[in-house]
Design a protein around this ligand. Structure first.
Ligand code: C2E
Ligand code: CA
Ligand code: CA
Length: 698
């Protein structure tokens, strides 16, 4: 088991996204990682130079930083990064265009009295038009909500426009520098330097745009300087080259850091929507996908289906084999679900062993049935974990949108009810939501609400069903069974309300009341007649249970040897050690323990040997088939034999016919319970039954 857990962890660590690793690392490592972000990629920038392919040129013009030694990104992430880059550029564009207009106006004013006036005016009109147009467009784009992703073409267009604008400014030194008066030359140099630094700052998130914009201005300046050829110009050239180097380095550093941060953000947004174990969407991711599907259904009338996949006995797997194996199984289940579904279907793990699929295409009932059938079939195959073959079959509930719900809550409830029914019908069944499910869910909700006050309102009562000792033909004891008389719904079976009590935790108070009521009944009976009380798994988890039983026995004055608890195997599976300790404490105090419904669960014989059990209750289903099914008869016979060997008593449940009773008597069963012996009766009727306790059966 440890091996699998280690393998899983290694696997996860190996395949983990950098962000997930980052988020999980300690603060020291995180700080080191952040410090590295800004520097690590410069070193890669020194790799050997080689020609770029046309695709790489396209990437480069779309703002990709790989050509500069920057980080590699997948296209969806790159789209998000571009959106971030462009939104920064857009934010500054209006202001930058105003600066363009002012600078162009300054140039015209400077050259107003020179022969270049007309040329300057024409040149400036070009700037006014372009800056006005770009500024207004940028402003209106900035007003709308920032897009989640931006196409390569958008960034490429931006780079092209930056280049055109740069060429227009690059024309200034070429056209006007040589013939300008020296004071105007100073103005031109200032303008050019300002445009270069402003442009670099403006495009600092997209270095290729910064280059596209500044390079023509440099080229124009270089031309003008070369043409002038004097010493001042050489000094200006040196200054410009040093500016350029500094600017380029700063722009690249900023862009790398910005992009890394943007990638990290995209990846962490992605990571919080993923289930770490299975890599499917988690509940958060699923909710967003469902909302989107619902929006499409409302806007475009697009039908879709929601499939809930659940496993009938997954808890048993966890309890029996441990968390690590259960986790490894969940990973395999996720892989099988992915394999059976299409790329366009969204598969999510909601929690534990509950999976959901949103299916937007092929949602005719027959198509859905066929998909669900394939999923059931694939989960029916054994799961191989640590050399064990584990079986765990799925059930599927299906809800359709919009017919079964046009909001997330309702649709989820519909799919959940359908799954609930599927699980009840049988493992491996597929059920579509039906309006009856709503009724069932509504009833359950009402019962859950009403059960809270049922005890204080005196709606709960206890009835007692006799056990017949087959050796002595006497009534030997009674099993206490709970009843709920609901003011509206009438008598409600414990099979329906005990699970509700367990889920809501009400079982603790109700269970204590049951123990006290049973004991209070039993003290009235002859002192060789016992009472047995059912305890559920949830009750056994309560550390205070042992004390509360002992206190009740002392309080009521019932001898512990006359008190029995009935537990099912599920109690033992969920926490064997603790259950064993609890049962040992009970039996050391002479309270007896019966294993109920034997044969319906794992029927592990280990329990019989390891636990201080006094009695085995063979489940009704075997007794029912005793005379008609040879397998059942053989099982019952061998169980009785085994119990005798271990000196444990055997009670056959659900005996309904004299023939069944006869047969059980012949094969050595000790005790019988069932409608033939007696139905559960209220405590007032017990004295009458006990009066003739040995007459009727002798
Ligand atoms: P169980 O412990 O297996 O109880 C036996 C169930 O089989 C009872 O149903 C009983 O009425 C029924 N039964 C007995 N003899 C026959 C028979 O000959 N034929 C048929 N067809 N049925 C027979 P009931 O009272 O509805 O109880 C259902 C389950 O509810 C019980 O199963 C037990 O698991 C649970 N339960 C009942 N009372 C309590 C309680 O006080 N506490 C807890 N934790 N669970 C309880
Ligand atoms: Ca029972
Ligand atoms: Ca039983």
């Amino acid at each position: 088991m440890a091996v699998v857990r280690r393998a899983l962890l290694n696997d996860n660590a190996g395949g983990m996204k950098p962000t997930a690793r980052f988020l999980r690392s300690d603060p020291h490592t995180q700080r080191a990682t952040i410090a590295n972000l800004a520097t690590q990629d410069f070193s890669r920038g020194n790799e050997e130079m080689r020609l770029l392919s046309p695709m790489e040129v396209g990437d480069l013009l779309a703002g990709d930083l790989r050509a500069f030694g920057g980080p590699t990104t997948s296209e969806p992430v790159a789209g998000r990064v571009r959106a971030d880059q462009i939104s920064i550029v857009l934010r500054n564009t209006l202001f930058a265009m105003l600066a363009n207009i002012v600078n162009a106006a300054v140039l015209v004013m400077a050259l107003w009295n020179s022969p270049d006036r007309t040329r300057a005016i024409f040149w400036a009109i070009g700037i006014f038009a372009a800056a006005g147009f770009i500024g207004i467009r940028a402003w209106s784009s900035y007003q709308v909500v920032k897009p989640r992703t931006v196409s390569r073409r958008t960034t490429q267009n931006l780079v092209r426009n930056a280049c055109l604008l740069g060429m227009w400014w690059g024309a200034v030194p070429v056209l006007f520098f040589h013939d300008a008066a020296s004071n105007n030359q100073v103005i031109i140099i200032c303008l050019v330097a300002g445009m270069i630094s402003g442009g670099a700052a403006m495009f600092s998130t997209i270095p290729i745009a910064a280059i596209a914009y500044t390079l023509p201005i440099f080229a124009g300046s270089a031309f003008a300087i070369a043409r002038a050829g004097d010493t001042v110009s050489v000094a200006v050239a040196i200054l410009m080259v040093s500016y350029a180097a500094t600017l380029f380095r700063a722009v690249l550093g900023h862009a790398f850091e910005f992009t890394q941060r943007s990638i990290l953000q995209v990846e962490s947004e992605h990571a919080i929507r993923r289930d770490l174990l299975t890599s499917l969407s988690n509940r958060l991711g699923f909710n967003e996908l469902l909302d989107k599907a619902l929006m499409d259904a409302r806007q475009y009338g697009q039908n879709f289906a929601l499939l809930f996949v659940g496993f009938n006995n997954f808890n048993d797997v966890t309890n029996h084999f441990g968390r690590a194996i259960a986790d490894a199984m969940l990973v395999q289940i996720a892989a099988r679900l992915r394999k059976e579904t299409r790329e366009s279907d969204s598969v999510a793990r909601l929690e534990g062993d509950e999976f959901a699929i949103i299916k937007a295409r092929d949602v005719r009932p027959d198509q859905l049935m066929s998909l669900a059938g394939q999923i059931i079939e694939s989960t029916r195959q054994a799961f191989l974990v640590e050399g064990r073959e584990i079986y765990c079959s799925a059930s599927i509930g299906i809800a359709l949108a919009p017919s079964d719900g046009l909001d997330a809550d309702r649709l989820l409830r519909s799919a959940d009810s359908a799954l609930g029914r599927a699980k009840k019908v049988a493992a491996g069944s597929i059920q579509f939501f039906s309006p009856d499910d709503d009724d069932a869910a509504a009833r359950r909700q009402a019962l859950e609400r009403d059960l809270r006050s049922a005890l204080s309102d005196g709606q709960l009562s206890m009835v007692f069903q006799p056990f017949l000792d087959l050796d002595r033909d006497r009534i030997q004891g009674f099993e206490a069974l709970m009843r709920w008389q609901h003011p509206i719904h009438g008598a409600i079976s414990p099979a329906e309300f005990i699970p509700i009590a367990e889920e809501t935790g009400l079982i603790h108070s109700i269970g204590q009341w049951a123990i006290r009521t049973a004991c209070e009944g039993a003290v009235q009976w002859p002192d060789d007649v016992r009472v047995s009380v059912n305890l559920s798994v949830v009750q056994l988890r309560d550390k205070a249970l042992l004390n509360s039983i002992l206190e009740t026995l002392a309080d009521v004055g019932l001898e512990p040897r006359r008190f029995e608890v009935e537990i099912t195997e599920s109690v033992l599976i969920s926490d064997f050690q603790e259950a064993q300790a609890f049962l040992e404490s009970l039996s050391s105090l002479s309270v007896t323990v019966a294993l109920d419904d034997f044969g319906t669960g794992y029927s592990s014989l280990t329990y019989l040997r390891k636990l201080p059990l006094s009695r085995l209750k063979i489940d009704r289903s075997f007794v029912q088939d005793l005379l008609t099914d040879t397998d059942s008869a053989a099982i019952v016979r061998s169980l009785i034999g085994l119990a005798h060997e271990l000196r444990i008593g055997v009670t056959a449940e659900g005996v309904e016919t004299p023939d069944q009773l006869d047969y059980l008597r012949r094969i050595g069963c000790n005790e019988a319970q069932g409608y033939l012996i007696g139905k559960p009766i209220p405590k007032e009727d017990i004295p009458a039954m006990l009066q003739g306790r040995s007459l009727r059966w002798g």
